[in-house]
Design a protein around this ligand. Structure first.
Ligand code: SAH
Ligand code: F3S
Length: 482
């Protein structure tokens, strides 16, 4: 799910309103997936209650926190470069500044971070953010502090995140944390721990709060939203071995989605990410039933080859995936599907690669997020398999995959031309002050002249043209969702 945060947002800082009595200054920025961005809002909320206001100015910060990503080596290198920058600011302008790392790199490297990066005073993993006030007290007393203990329970369901990453229109709501799937390439199960689901009541409360503040769209977030399961109290440890003990009060993802869509009929609802092995047709039927659930599924497959899927420990075959896709299109023909692909996984042959290209042509994804395999220390593939596809081959195959995706994506996007679609205005277009930008139900960006519409309006827009990823159109009036 990590590429959905667009590149321009990487490193985005968080600014909160000043709170009476707060005296210390926090500079916090986020890299990586949507979950990291959502977590930073939880952290800012915890620290607002501990005497910190946020600042965008490194030179005046008492505390700098960076929420980090470990998914590929390049993500970690980006963070190391940021630490060099903090170092320079500390040396030249702000000797009192303390530096903490949060997120997946903190969890992966633990105490080693303190040795490898002298600038770092504080290392805090994704399940330990409530301990931040104590750890900061240690740091201010001149000690280094580390808490990287993963939890089986923590969901931060009781913390109301500050919403200031946001445009005031769209927000993230976490519903699960962690992942139990153990794909062999993936560091997430090691850095974010066991899968756990958040109490539905706390989810409804957070969404109510968002709607009262005027938010119009939420994205339910989890590494694996389809395995959301709230047990209705008790018996949960035995659930997987003895499904018959599931309580009538338990809530799975399709019923959560159904309840949210019913309770909040004017709210647009998105979700991410769906692992194909856990995605059920119940979810698809729920999507079909509710107009306010957006018609988009991010359905990463990683490879089109059965042999590679097996090596990756993905629990489905190419054929099962294709059957799922067929059923989804049959139920919701206008749906957009998007993918993540890993190119050049160990032992990948030309034949495996061709299977990936063919699968993309079969599914006709609207968009995709495609990256070369990056070996991650500690993962099963990192330990047991040699990263044996040469860089030049990875690069060539990646380009072929990107070109194939672009071609099928364009074919899908063209189907929207001439149609009138509901768009939720999020922001001014990056390219023109005279245009709004917002997304249609399928999640594609639509840009159109501003006229008298404003941010947060649902507008019907006639789609006239498309570039590789964006539609251009003209508003024809408000939609009836306002
Ligand atoms: N939970 C999501 C994925 C989370 S990680 C799922 O079910 O698929 C986000 C994406 O990062 C993955 O889909 C994968 O395409 C990519 N990724 C993860 N580990 C990687 C690695 N070692 N090298 C390259 N890409 C990787
Ligand atoms: Fe990673 Fe696979 Fe979970 S990609 S996040 S281990 S579903």
């Amino acid at each position: 799910m990590e590429k959905i945060i667009d590149e321009s947002k990487q490193g985005e800082q968080l600014i909160t309103q000043n709170k009476n009595g707060n005296t210390r200054k926090l500079f916090i920025e986020s890299y990586g997936c949507q979950m990291n961005f959502a977590d930073s809002e939880v952290v800012a909320s915890i620290l607002a209650n501990d005497g910190f206001d946020t600042t965008k100015n490194l030179e005046e910060a008492d505390l700098v926190l960076v929420n980090t990503c470990s998914i590929r080596d390049k993500a970690e290198q980006t963070i190391r470069k940021r630490l060099e920058k903090y170092n320079a600011v500390k040396r030249d302008h702000n000797p009192k500044m303390k530096v903490g790392v949060l997120g997946c790199m903190a969890e992966r490297l633990k105490e080693k971070f303190l040795e490898e990066e002298k600038i770092v005073d504080l290392v805090v993993g994704p399940d330990a953010y409530k301990d931040l006030p104590n750890l900061i007290t240690d740091v201010e007393g001149g000690q280094n502090a580390v808490n990287v203990i993963l939890s089986k329970e923590e969901t931060y369901g009781d913390i109301s995140p500050v919403r200031l990453h946001s445009n005031g229109v769209t927000a993230f709501v976490s519903i699960t944390r962690g992942c139990d799937n153990m794909c062999t390439f993936c560091v997430v199960p090691f850095t974010r721990g066991r899968e756990r689901s958040r109490d539905p009541q706390s989810i409804f409360k957070e969404i109510t709060d968002l709607t009262e503040k005027g938010f119009k769209e939420i994205t339910l977030l989890g590494q694996n939203v389809d395995s959301y399961l709230w047990y209705g109290g008790g018996l949960k440890k035995d659930f997987k071995n003895a499904p018959e003990i599931q309580k009538a009060t338990s809530v799975d993802f399709s019923s959560l989605l159904n309840t949210v869509a019913t309770k909040f009929p004017k709210l647009r609802i998105r979700f991410s990410t769906s692992n194909p092995q856990d995605m059920s047709m119940d979810v698809v039927h729920t999507m079909a039933k509710h107009r306010n659930i957006c018609k988009h599924i991010h359905l990463p497959v990683q490879s089109g080859s059965n042999r590679i899927l097996k090596e990756m420990n993905r629990q489905h075959t190419r054929e099962e995936y294709m059957a799922l896709v067929d059923n989804i299109y049959k139920t919701i023909p206008e749906i957009s599907l998007t993918q993540d692909m890993i190119i050049g996984f160990p032992t990948e042959t030309e034949e495996d690669h061709n299977d990936t290209l063919e699968l993309i042509k079969y599914v006709k994804y609207d968009h995709g997020f495609m990256f070369s395999y990056s070996e991650r220390p500690g993962t099963m593939a990192g330990r047991k398999m040699e990263d044996d596809v040469p860089l030049a081959v990875k690069k060539r195959r990646l380009q072929e995959v990107i070109d194939t995706q672009r071609a099928v994506g364009h074919e899908r996007l063209k189907l929207h031309l001439g149609k009138t679609e509901e768009v939720l205005i999020e922001t001014t277009s990056k390219k023109s002050d005279a245009h709004w930008a917002g997304r249609n139900s399928q999640g594609s960006m639509v840009v159109f002249p501003k006229e008298n519409y404003k941010i947060g309006d649902f507008v019907n827009v006639k789609i006239n043209d498309c570039t590789t990823a964006t539609f251009l159109g003209d508003a024809v009036g408000y939609s009836d969702n306002n």
